[in-house]
Design a protein around this ligand. Structure first.
Ligand code: COA
Length: 227
């Protein structure tokens, strides 16, 4: 099964070899395939102003190959919502210590739509919930295309719109705040058959976080016996 690694300032040196392929993959996916030409760079790497040392990455690795990823940014710092799309939020863009902004979620084309095991995309959605609970977050803000909403609904992510959808470069885009809580995480784990936390925290012993128990050890809702 693929592993999801937390990569941030404190352990980035352990994953340095993955960053060049990572930024090249982003260029292939967002510029060449999705045609988000504003992200084009002549060096073939998609890197923006939010790829700072404060960014947190989830790298999905399988046999040493990077097959998917996601980026999380503290909302106390500049984010896509605060600096590029503030008009998507009816109120002021979210700036809270307990909310991170998610962006750049992708799975490499060869590993999309899999049915043999948990879909890589579902693994990432489960893993970021685990990350959020572990470090005490209560939500994720996201600027996304509206086709994500039924997907979130299906997997149990609760997304609250922060404003009205707007057409941007031919895409219907909106800002949402997604609840980050243990109930959602447990439900995702159950859906994809995980019985224990999945994140790998190599080199992050100094990070202040809650160690999550195995799912089976968590309190289950009482089931009424059939009469
Ligand atoms: N527009 C509309 N719907 C889309 C879509 C897009 N660009 N990309 C995916 N979907 C929806 C469709 O309903 C699709 O079903 P379909 O096969 O009938 O079209 C469904 O998602 C399944 O997507 P698929 O790509 O087959 O598999 P997946 O669920 O494993 O992966 C993503 C989903 C989004 C992770 C993957 O498509 C991806 O990496 N895309 C490129 C990166 C990207 O656009 N990320 C979002 C913005 S950061």
């Amino acid at each position: 099964m693929p592993e999801i690694h937390v990569v941030q300032r404190d352990n980035r040196r352990l994953y340095e070899n993955y960053f060049d392929p990572y930024f090249r993959l982003r260029h292939d996916i967002y510029v060449k395939q999705r045609k988000w030409m504003a992200l084009d760079r002549p060096d073939g790497r998609e890197i923006d102003q939010f790829d700072t040392e404060d960014a947190v990455y989830l790298f999905c690795l399988d046999g040493g190959q990077l097959i998917g990823a996601m980026r999380a940014l503290p909302t106390l710092l500049p984010t896509l919502m605060s600096d590029i799309f503030p008009y998507l939020s009816l109120r002021r863009p979210i700036r809270r210590p307990d909310v991170y902004e998610l962006s750049r979620i992708f799975v490499i084309p060869e590993r999309r739509g899999e049915h043999a095991g948990p879909r890589v995309e579902m693994l990432l959605l489960t893993a970021i919930m685990e990350y959020g609970i572990s470090i005490g977050l209560t939500g994720f803000s996201i600027v996304l295309e509206s086709w994500w909403l039924p997907r979130f609904e299906r997997c149990g992510w609760r997304a609250h719109p922060l404003g009205l959808p707007q057409m941007i470069d031919g895409m219907s885009v909106l800002a949402v705040l997604v609840d980050c809580d243990e109930t959602t995480w447990r439900s995702l784990c159950t859906q994809i058959g995980l019985t224990s936390p999945t994140l790998t925290w190599h080199g992050l012993t100094g990070v202040n976080r809650q160690i999550l128990p195995d799912i089976s050890l968590l309190h289950s809702p009482t089931v009424q016996p059939a009469r």
